[in-house]
Design a protein around this ligand. Structure first.
Ligand code: AMP
Ligand code: ZN
Length: 487
């Protein structure tokens, strides 16, 4: 062991910000050596926007950090295919039923189509597969059992179905820091509700109507409320208490307080079901909240269509802290792509230098990796972690050690640096018509013309390429020569 080992900092404990206490807390697993994590998944009535995908880049970074720290990870993400109303606070129509009616399609087809689209984005962003994708409609019998168990003590029946009485649990809404059980600002559209914040556990199909998705229950034919599914599936797959529950910051206000209330009721205790609740902040647009209906619908596929590699978006997410708002801009995405290109080229260079060289300095390796780990352990400071990775790329000594270090760091950041190539990053914008072969041929002719000092021909070729949407980048420090740009 080298003398340097004694200088290595002790492994840093993992600290995470718990929304329940609004404090950083050291991660102490419920089951020694394990980490059990549940993430609220998408409602599959439409394509996810890139803001939704930020929530899963965050959950994936958390999961990869837990694995890196040596915990055996069990991650669950659910797919909401029933129950989520157009308003989180228990009003409006079921999002799935509404979309199915608009498209005159079956809910099952809609759910399948958008679930597959979501999974394609998960793959493109190099988000690891969870141990379970739990589908809400697969758990309806368990949801009915859960509701039966809490109905007598915590629920009441109205014409619309079975409602949860939020005054029956301790400190309802503590997660949201709601002051009273009046559920500030909540819309109350249901007659007979005892408190504005009370919510549906089971929604009875109104007499004379049929829903595409409905099941028999002790409270009539109908469908479960949205909050019920996450309580039921997290308990079924992870057991109460489990370690960490994640979701976007909007869930801190209604969905998660309601899950906690149900969990308290079901466990006959004040325990919230999960020990740590974590929330990612929003991706926003300059004009305000990101939405699927207003303006340009920012789907991952739109980014790809414009020539941006999806991992440039992953890097853009990691450059910000997950608890900060992140404003999306095409310039910001372009800068992230350039940064990713630099990393890929740095890794290619390092790989060539390291070829056939044995790792040189184990102690240097462990110090750098521990610094990197230290940043992640500080409530997932990915921005600093990226800096450590880049510092290793830019150093000059010990290429084999540095290569191994960089690849190890990337196993947490998930930028695929071990396999991503320059060619992968050169994505053809959908609107482009000129082919790569045509571009290369024109550039070769231009090179000949310049060698022969025929600048008129060289300029003409450049103008022709510009007209076709190709930016010629003479002397680009990254050596990219050209870029297709159809924005
Ligand atoms: P939904 O499909 O609406 O249930 O949302 C899926 C996930 O995305 C949830 O965890 C939301 O909290 C989260 N989310 C929604 N909008 C955004 C946004 N603009 N930025 C980040 N996360 C979001
Ligand atoms: Zn949920």
């Amino acid at each position: 062991m080298g003398a340097g080992m004694t200088d290595a900092p002790a492994p840093t404990p993992l600290k995470l910000f718990n929304s329940l206490t609004r404090q950083l807390e050291e991660f102490q697993p419920v089951h020694p050596g394990e980490a059990r994590v549940y993430s609220c998944g998408p409602t599959v009535y439409n394509y996810p926007h890139i803001g939704n995908m930020r929530a899963y880049v965050f959950a994936d970074t958390l999961g990869r950090t837990l694995s890196f720290k040596g915990y055996k990870l069990t991650h669950v993400i659910n797919i909401t295919d029933v129950g989520h109303l157009t308003d989180d606070a228990d009003a409006g129509e079921d999002k799935m039923e509404k979309m199915a009616a608009e498209k005159a399609q079956s809910i099952w087809d809609i759910a399948r189509h958008y679930t597959e689209a979501y999974w394609a984005d998960i793959k493109a962003l190099n988000i690891r597969q969870p141990a379970h994708w739990s589908i809400a409609t697969d758990y309806v019998p368990q949801m009915i059992e859960f509701a039966k168990a809490i109905a007598d003590k915590h629920c009441y029946e109205l014409d619309g179905g079975l409602y949860f009485d939020t005054s029956t649990v301790t400190d309802y809404g503590a997660l949201a820091r709601a002051k009273t059980d009046e559920g500030e600002g909540r819309i109350e559209e249901v007659e007979g509700k005892r408190h504005a914040a009370d919510f549906a556990i089971w929604r009875k199909t109104p007499a004379g109507e049929t829903r595409q998705m409905e099941w028999d229950s002790p409270w009539g034919r109908g469908a479960p409320g949205w909050h019920l599914e996450c309580s039921v599936m997290s308990e079924a797959l992870l057991g109460f208490p489990f370690d960490i529950h994640t979701g976007g910051i909007d869930h801190r206000e209604i969905h998660h307080p309601n899950e906690i209330a149900q969990n308290q009721a079901h466990s006959c205790s004040d325990a919230s079901g999960a020990r740590i609740w974590m929330h990612n902040n929003f991706l926003i647009e300059r004009s305000g909240k990101m939405s699927k209906s207003a303006g340009e619908f920012l789907r991952l596929q739109l980014l790809i269509d414009k020539g941006y590699h999806p991992l440039a978006y992953r890097l853009m997410c990691l450059q910000a802290h997950y608890r900060s708002e992140l404003e999306f801009s095409w310039e910001g995405l372009g800068a992230a792509l350039t940064r990713l290109k630099r990393m890929v080229m740095g890794v290619e260079k390092l790989r060539a230098q390291a070829l056939g060289v044995l790792p040189e300095q184990e102690d240097v390796h462990s110090v750098v990796v521990e610094q990197f780990a230290g940043s992640l352990c500080n409530d997932l400071n990915t921005a600093r972690a990226i800096g450590h990775l880049e510092a290793s790329l830019n150093a000059t000594e010990f290429p084999a050690t540095r290569y191994a270090t960089v690849i190890e760091m990337d196993s947490v950041l998930g930028l695929n640096l071990a396999t991503l190539t320059r060619a992968d990053l050169r994505i053809r914008p959908k609107a482009a018509t000129i082919t790569e072969a045509e571009i290369e041929a024109a550039l070769a002719r231009r090179k000949e013309a310049r060698a022969a000092k025929d600048f008129a021909t060289s300029d003409k070729l450049r103008d022709e390429l510009t007209a076709a949407g190709v930016e010629v980048m003479d002397g680009d420090p990254l050596g990219w020569d050209w870029r297709l740009d159809t924005n």
